[in-house]
Design a protein around this ligand. Sequence first.
Ligand code: GTP
Ligand code: MG
Length: 381
Amino acid sequence: MFEGIKNKLKAFAEAFAKKEEAEEKEKEEKKQELERKEESKEEKTEERELEHREEAEREKEAKQAAQKEKEKENKEKEAKAKGEADITFKSKVKGVLLGKVRVTEEDVEPFIDSLKIDLIKSDVAYEVAEKLAEKIKSNMLGKEIDARNAKEAMEESIRKAMLDMLPSTSIDFVAKVLELRKNGVVKILFLGPNGAGKTTTIAKLAHMLKQHGLNCVIAASDTFRAAAIEQLEHHARALGVELIKGKYGADPASVAFDAIAHANAKGLDCVLIDTAGRQETNKSLLEELRKIARVAKPDFVVFVGEAITGNALLQQIREFNEVVKIDGIILTKLDCDAKGGGSISVLSEAGIPILFFGIGEKHTDLMPYSKEFVVDSMLGS
Ligand SMILES: Nc1nc2c(ncn2[C@@H]2O[C@H](COP(=O)(O)OP(=O)(O)OP(=O)(O)O)[C@@H](O)[C@H]2O)c(=O)[nH]1
Ligand SMILES: [Mg+2]
């Protein structure tokens, strides 16, 4: 769990312990008072018994049998009365000792304000942090919690608020490809910023699709970055997947076009089109991307972004989406993302499903979307 929240939970628990301490003290005083009252009641009962016995001694022998009977009756009554007194006393004490504390606005307000700042520091977008804080507050207000478990109650409330904000399901990628395959070769275009993990993710997906009996060809449409083609050749060889490449500096759209023609001719199932990384601010490179999309006419467009980009991720996605409509997102390097807030922001605000998370460099290091995974990687499971 990130440090900020950890500290806040600790502070919250301490504040509650103090609140409980004060209440415990008050309750202890009440308890002692109740006990005192109970003791004096018992003393009076004993005095009465003594009087009875003295009176009985003064009675005639003839009345002794009757007196004994009466004493027996009295004793039974007293035992019953004492038992009842015990029950009410015990239940009162029990209520006092339960230690439940109702969460008030006063308890929660200072915590929520600083939690909002922590969320923003952890890459949660401002508007998302605001919404989360409101949800956490309303989850906590009026709740009766055991003061000893204040930290757990707050943590649970944060977890619930986050889970409520995230979509429950995403697109089943393999099922989607199988569905699109009915209409011909499935063309999937990958785009995103420099070094985000596009090429590695394409290799991971080629492996996954192959495992499901789908044969792919990869289009090496990054003809720009040095060693980009060799990098793909290495993956393709390891996976036993075909690769269509051009020369460095060649038109990326024409490489994509050749790969599609190859897949059609060979009866392959899909074409995975790799593209060069580009920043969302570079107009001419974005224009080039538009051209690739115009030529390849992809059935599905995947944005590959790094979870570690944090707050800027949402803006990146919005800019790319203006150029070529994005159908799904893959967030990589979750294994290196200590903060985790970027994923939460994208999921709740982008309105585009996250298909997978990249969780390492191996071909199998791809994890299907699960909101529990996102929240656990932020809060710790
Ligand atoms: N830890 C980790 N590393 C990853 C993940 N995905 C990719 N990488 C690594 O990130 C680096 C860049 O990955 P690439 O696949 O070359 O990224 P790219 O987006 O194709 O890069 P450009 O084509 O240069 O824009 C490589 O060292 C990958 O091994 C992931 O999920 N976790
Ligand atoms: Mg690449």
